[in-house]
Design a protein around this ligand. Structure first.
Ligand code: F3S
Length: 754
């Protein structure tokens, strides 16, 4: 059995008492989100009523999921922790590194060749450390998690922003960086700012062409891509009860597109049906025993304005199908307005591809509803104008859909069935005839940023439900509204598509021959982790050196970054993604996007050894080779963006000892601390202006490094004059221990060996 029933029993056993204690502590009825959060505190009990949007709290998530692109560095780091096994149930899923080109069979084979060494590494390291491994072709991480691991009332983290999909089964599931996953797998607490709460009340019942996808497309239009930031979106109300488990998953999935920490729904009959049909009746039975704890208190839902920070109400009965885009998922257009909107904006009306799938919309229900539209095209003598591509969400969904004839319906329309993987959703799509042409595609994915699907900045990608993708692709026209418009068939007759019908769950249950899961070894101590020393993509990590106990002296300024410096500026994505498992190689992108305050150019800094200007990574490498420490100076909100740990590991690897800025994005600041660096802020922001490009830098009192005590740094300028700068920090005792040990992982390892 892939899931861990004992872990779930333990969660459910402790939940009632913890929920009651939280209710008493807060002196009010609780939302579901609060129940889950308070029952997953790292410290078993608390006397602190956390402030939403303010308090930083340590949590103990129940499980971890990782996808193949992000798992590489997470697992390379975990190997440094000196543990025999992961502390919580964890899984690795191979889905991002699989190309979509000719169809599942050929594509899977070629991807196994192209990324074989990465897959082999992930398989061996998973096997060694007790991590479940889902092979390439087994499915997309979030669909597989929903089918196998998600459970009502649980808390999980995953190294992918759409981990939030598991909210469809009533979890608090949050996307994080690899370093956070390592903490949890190594048995450490996981810190999160206690989220704010947005309530979405759903009334009415969907009908006709409207699908669960339209709920989140509508919400995205209301809240925009930033509106959910720092908040959990909790859905409730009679409308919520009418949605299937996977439909709820779709809604939660795209919570990532509004920046939400996560989204969730209370446990209900639809979730119970989904659990039972996916072979988890025992979880449904356990959940039923504590049912009231797995949803918000009735008083909360009766008076949501009183208990949520923001409330939105949507009537499903009148909700129209939406088509969102292009280039951003929050540009929401009801289907009835699309033609006028597209014409007014000059968007290309001819639709070239309709793509169904991704972790957002690849359930059995999705495929069956889209297939009902495809079948009508065949029955009514319509030929499709656009090409069709289908990515089933998992082998279980694919096998069952094939058994039930759904895939054949698409194949009758010449659809290409791609591997059960991300494919075009993450740009892993070798689209035939692709160039910089202006064109339109529609898909059921979640993100439609420029270049995301096929790398072409002129592809206008629109997000909509699978059934709408099918209808628009058949019509070949972006403005097509199946509710009112007709199409001309092969006999020249005007025909109309009937609204979609589908099965929430397969009548005959799910079926699969080989689900692609590989359980880890009981005892992994003899398992060899496979990494070739010649590999360009993978490199075993060497522990960073511990602090030598002395003041850092004679350091050189590597770069004084000017203005915005996000994790993308520090560690770019794009073509560099293939080096995510190779710290040395990916360090060649270190800070190449940052603007140098001296000269305002990117990737051009003064090398103080040669006096020449050169790229940041090469300059840092020369300092490192000559044993000279270096320092990075930055502006406000340094390191904002993603939680990518590479942005902290690369400078550390290249010999940067400290990052001194006006202010930090908190996650990046923590990542620097974890990697054993000094993350410091100017006590007086105007001191930023005193830093010169050929400064030599001495720490004067690092030997007295202590919580709450600023550090004093001397900047000696080229003319011999100097400035003394006071630097604040937020290190507590434990974090100073990370610095001294060289990294948090070094310290964990030391402790494990004691
Ligand atoms: Fe994969 Fe796209 Fe989802 S990349 S995990 S299918 S958002």
């Amino acid at each position: 059995m892939a899931f861990d029933i004992d872990m779930i029993k333990a969660v459910y056993n402790r939940m009632p008492a913890r929920v009651e204690a939280a209710r008493k502590l807060l002196g009010k009825p609780l939302t579901l989100s609060e129940k889950i959060l308070y029952s997953h505190l790292w410290e078993e009990s608390t006397n602190e009523a956390f402030v939403r949007g303010k308090s930083y709290v340590d949590f103990a998530p129940d499980r971890v999921a990782m996808q193949d692109a992000t798992a590489q560095m997470a697992l390379l780091q975990f190997m440094q922790a000196g543990k025999d096994k992961v502390a919580v149930p964890s899984t690795t899923h191979c889905d991002h590194l699989i190309l979509a080109k000719q169809g599942a069979d050929k594509d899977l084979k070629s991807s196994l060749t192209a990324s074989g060494e990465v897959f082999n590494f992930l398989e061996s390291v998973s096997n060694k450390y007790g991590i479940g491994f889902w092979k390439p072709g087994a499915g997309i991480i979030h669909q597989v998690v929903l089918e196998n691991y998600a459970f009502p009332g649980g808390m999980m983290i995953g190294t992918d922003s759409h981990t939030v999909n598991a909210g469809g089964l009533g979890m608090v599931a949050i996307g994080v960086g690899g370093a956070d996953a390592v903490d949890v797998m190594a048995g450490m607490p996981w810190e999160l700012k206690f989220p704010k709460l947005i309530g979405v009340k759903l009334t009415g019942k969907m009908n006709g062409w409207t699908a669960a996808k339209d709920v989140i497309l509508k919400v995205a239009g209301i809240l925009t891509v930033k509106g959910g930031t720092g908040a959990i979106v909790e859905y409730f109300g009679p409308g919520a009860l009418s949605l299937s488990g996977t439909g709820k998953g779709t809604i939660c999935n795209m919570g990532a597109e509004i920046g939400a920490t996560t989204s969730t729904f209370g446990y209900d009959d639809a979730m119970e049906r989904y659990l039972r049909t996916t072979d988890r009746a025992d979880i449904a039975d356990l959940a039923n025993e504590i049912r009231p704890h797995l949803t918000g208190d009735p008083e909360v839902y009766a008076n949501p304005e009183q208990y949520f920070d923001q409330v939105i109400e949507i009537d499903l009965s009148t909700l129209e199908p939406h088509v969102n885009g292009p280039f951003t998922p929050d540009r929401a257009t009801p289907v009835s307005k699309m033609r006028a909107e597209a014409e007014a904006n000059g968007w290309p009306m001819d639709v070239e591809w309709g793509l169904i799938g991704s972790c957002t919309n690849s359930s059995y229900e999705d495929l069956s509803r889209a297939a009902s539209i495809a079948q009508q095209a065949v029955d009514k003598g319509l030929t499709t104008k656009a090409d069709f591509g289908i990515n089933p969400g998992s082998e279980q969904v694919r096998f069952t859909a094939e058994r039930d004839g759904l895939l054949q319906i698409f194949e009758d329309l010449d659809a290409t069935i791609f591997t059960n993987a991300c494919g075009p959703c993450i740009g892993q799509w070798e689209r035939a005839g692709n160039n910089e042409r202006v064109n339109t595609i529609v898909h059921s994915f979640n993100r439609n940023f420029s270049k995301r699907a096929d790398g072409n900045p002129n592809t206008h990608a629109f997000v909509t439900s699978p059934e709408m993708v099918a209808a628009i692709a058949i019509s070949g026209n972006l403005g097509f509204n199946p509710i009112t418009d007709t199409l001309t068939n092969d006999k020249g007759e005007e025909v109309k598509l009937d609204p979609p019908v589908g099965d929430e769950l397969p009548d005959k249950g799910f079926d699969v021959e080989e689900n692609g899961y590989q359980a880890p070894a009981e005892d992994g101590s003899n398992v060899q982790v496979i990494v070739s020393p010649d590999s360009k993509r993978l490199q075993l990590l060497e522990p960073f050196d511990p602090w030598d106990g002395k003041n850092i002296t004679g350091a050189k300024l590597l770069i004084k970054a000017f203005g915005k410096c996000t994790t993308d500026h520090i560690s770019m994505a794009g073509p560099w993604l293939r080096f995510r498992g190779h710290l040395d190689n990916i360090s060649d992108n270190c800070l190449i996007g940052a603007v140098n305050a001296f000269g305002q150019a990117t990737n051009k800094v003064k090398n103080q050894i040669t006096g020449e200007y050169g790229p940041v990574p090469a300059t840092a490498r020369q300092y490192k080779a000559e044993g000279i420490p270096s320092i990075v100076v930055g502006d406000h909100n340094y390191g904002e963006g993603s939680s990518r740990e590479h942005a902290a590991m690369e400078p550390r690897f290249l010999g940067v000892k400290a990052v001194l800025v006006k202010s930090f994005a908190r996650i990046h600041e923590t990542n620097l601390k974890k990697q054993g660096m000094l993350g410091l802020t100017f006590a007086d922001e105007s001191d930023y202006d005193k830093i010169q490009e050929d400064d030599t830098i001495n720490f004067l009192d690092l030997v007295d490094f202590a919580p709450g005590k600023p550090l004093t740094i001397e900047f000696i300028h080229a003319d011999g004059s100097k400035d003394i700068v006071l630097a604040n920090h937020t290190y507590n005792e434990a974090q100073i221990g990370w610095f001294k040990a060289g990294s948090a992982l070094n310290l964990i390892k030391q402790e494990a060996n004691q």
